[in-house]
Design a protein around this ligand. Sequence first.
Ligand code: AMP
Length: 296
Amino acid sequence: MKILESAKEMRRWSRDQRRHGRTIGFVPTMGALHEGHASLIRESVAKNDVTVLSIFVNPAQFAPHEDFDTYPRTFETDRAMAAALGAVAIYAPRSDSVYPEGYATYVHVERLSDGLCGGSRPVFFRGISTVVAKLFNVVEPDRAYFGQKDAQQCAIIKRMVRDLEFDIDIIEMPIIREADGLAMSSRNRYLSEGDRQRALNLSRALQHARELLDAGERDAAKVIDAVRSAMQDVPIDYIALVDADDIAPVEKIDRPILIAVAANIGPARLIDNIKYTPVECKAKTVHTTAMQGIQS
Ligand code: AMP
């Protein structure tokens, strides 16, 4: 396993891979790896010649009162897990080399960054889009892998890649859950047993929403109300039902949507979501494709 600590070393390694004609898959993380991260690494290893992951707890995405100092840092275990999964390099830059004295340049993806997690964490997405742009610039991967667990982040990164014309395919992977439905997260280790039981209300409430949608409910307000009731005694930060690509609120569910929730449970702020495409939209897509087939 190659450990690269500076942008210069990282870029040299990537360019060397490319010179040998190898495709590069990239998995950006903050470490404290679990099965969610493992699913991204596995997919990257399967679809690319070499896989590099980054481990960097990015100070720019934490507000002063948040858990930057206490965020779990488990480099040796992460390195062993990544190696066992088939990754061949880890980019782990020092914070003062990513943000040197006098650092002044930020990437802000407008609108998509404002609501949901952006509403309660104002610097969060600016920090993420900035660091991901910098990582892309240094690693120069062919494909980069992100989890739907952070669905708003995925939408923002896809928009940034499109708008700034990065030549990188963004692959969004499904949420990996514990057997009882809890979405895996590095922050789950903050939860007591009682907190963990309450945390299950997030995935249960979303499952309930999916059942309503499957039964034909298309009124966003009704679905949000049902999710709110199902969250019971959980301190909700937000419940949002938005366009899956644009993260703009929708009233009538007539396109692919994202239902996202955030809650403060014990010391942890947890998020979860589901995506849903109404059957009538899927039917429309198939019909349009068939018509195009006939016309061409
Ligand atoms: P993080 O280390 O929390 O910044 O996450 C790194 C990447 O792993 C992000 O793209 C996350 O969306 C993804 N990820 C985290 N948890 C999960 C999960 N439970 N299932 C799938 N992907 C995940």
